[in-house]
Design a protein around this ligand. Sequence first.
Ligand code: HEC
Ligand code: HEC
Ligand code: HEC
Ligand code: HEC
Ligand code: HEC
Ligand code: HEC
Length: 400
Amino acid sequence: MMIPSVTFSGKLKSMIAWSVLVFLLLSGVQTKAQTPEAEKNFAVCKACHNISGPKLIGPTLGGILDRRDKAWIYKFVRNSTAVIQSGDAYAVKLFEENNKIPMPPNDLTDAQIDDILAYINNGGKVAAQYIVAEPVNENAAREKELAAERELQAEKQADMKRDANRSFGTTFYITIAILLLVLIDLFGTKIIKAKFVHTTIILISLFVIGEITYKEAAALGRQQYYQPDQPIWFSHKVHADQNKIDCLYCHSTAEESKYAGIPPTNVCLNCHNVVRQGKITGTTEIAKIYQAVETGKPVEWIKVHNLPDHVFFSHAQHVNAGKLACAQCHGEVNTMNVVMQVNDLSMGWCIDCHRKTEVQFADNAFFQSYKELHEKVKSGEIQKVTAEMVGGTDCMKCHY
Ligand code: HEC
Ligand code: HEC
Ligand code: HEC
Ligand code: HEC
Ligand code: HEC
Ligand code: HEC
């Protein structure tokens, strides 16, 4: 008789355990919404934390609630240094394991942190009710298209770089020499009898000289492949690729302002207060950060990309409204140890993209006033709306 009762109590236990678990899961889903605000707040954390996958600057946060209770997390997220200094054994060990990089303080309430935790628990997605039905397949197709386009662009850039490095000087002088010889023969030595030979050679050389002059003149004032040495050996490869720091962590104004901006020295200090040595340059380059702070002199970064003053360009328009990736205009900066300008920033480059690139037209308040275009889309007269159709090639949009 003993055996069944044991089984029964075992069953009961596991039933209770299961109901508690289910209850917890359900109540978790219902009371803690994973709101878009959580996504926004988590953007700061994303520079240092993955939700799943490899460790970045700090630990991967998936399953954090299995490791720590909420009271501890509230305190740590708001002021990690205080928790470490209080002698909390777990915190001290964690700090040691993470190369003693201090996590910056965060001005967040318990409720906001709960929201972030729910968002983490949900695998880094906002709750279903906040997700505006997005045409997922279309996005995937667009991604593929963009990837293919980027690849093509990379090939084109390699070609163009080869072209740019090829010096036209020698060809230019040889052509002039041939032209002179032919002219001398035509009017003086008369070795070649048939006049059409002279004419053909003269025409060809004039064409070649014209072509070279035009190309050189057009490139004047542009600085494609400009790659100046910077005052500090700051590597995007080390930061954006190896340490997975988001572009917007440092270029934080790219979404809302005309300028993407270069981060001030105190942003570097967020990490370099503690990271005092690099694998490639040792302490010499990082020491320049402290020097800048001590002397109060900002680092004099050399600007790589420069448009002439008569051109208007806004990052917000392209990054936020246009949803373009940085790489579409700047190339794969995350692979560069030293930043290089890969596109020529010519008027033709801007306009070419405006002709080809579709804008998010349908439900965009920004384009409400384009009544005629909306009707044409509805009637099926046009399939897609490009930047050109909404004024992207009007002289006044780009020129003051
Ligand atoms: C500049 C990098 C950085 C940012 C930004 C950052 N953290 Fe951290 N975080 C760390 C590091 C490094 C640790 C490891 C502890 C230490 O070294 O102090 C850590 C530890 C943690 C831990 C404990 C992890 C564990 O496994 O026990 C939590 C929770 C956490 N961070 C949450 C957050 C949240 C939430 C945000 C955003 C509001 C955030 N962090 C922003 C660097 C960062
Ligand atoms: C840790 C901070 C940091 C991160 C992360 C970062 N950058 Fe930078 N970026 C800088 C600094 C500092 C400079 C100025 C020095 C230089 O040109 O290398 C700069 C310069 C640039 C420039 C050249 C600006 C000019 O002078 O014309 C571009 C373009 C750029 N970054 C794009 C990116 C992109 C794209 C990413 C993400 C893949 C990124 N950055 C991530 C700090 C950062
Ligand atoms: C549509 C093309 C385009 C896109 C997309 C773009 N940029 Fe730029 N970026 C430019 C041009 C053009 C300049 C030169 C602007 C000037 O000289 O006025 C520039 C300049 C910069 C600079 C120098 C500082 C400044 O603000 O002028 C940085 C840094 C930069 N970009 C970073 C970024 C980052 C990071 C992203 C992605 C979030 C990005 N850019 C997306 C075209 C683009
Ligand atoms: C979010 C954290 C973070 C920020 C912000 C940051 N860095 Fe770093 N930096 C790192 C890490 C991590 C390393 C890699 C250290 C190593 O090699 O192990 C590093 C390495 C370096 C190195 C040495 C590279 C090498 O391998 O020798 C230099 C120089 C440097 N950073 C300069 C800067 C400058 C300048 C800024 C501000 C514009 C900046 N960093 C901002 C995290 C950061
Ligand atoms: C990679 C593609 C691409 C490149 C390169 C590009 N643009 Fe654009 N541009 C766009 C898109 C897409 C839009 C429409 C964004 C939107 O939805 O509002 C746009 C919009 C604009 C607008 C606003 C037009 C309007 O209707 O108000 C201006 C101004 C502009 N771009 C200037 C420039 C300049 C100047 C350059 C070159 C230095 C440039 N763009 C390069 C894609 C590009
Ligand atoms: C999408 C943005 C854009 C539009 C639209 C645009 N431009 Fe430009 N324009 C530029 C840029 C960028 C430059 C400077 C690039 C360079 O060095 O080639 C430029 C340069 C120029 C220059 C100076 C040429 C030089 O060699 O310095 C003139 C003149 C000019 N544009 C006239 C026009 C006229 C006229 C229109 C209307 C038909 C127009 N632009 C429309 C972006 C634009």
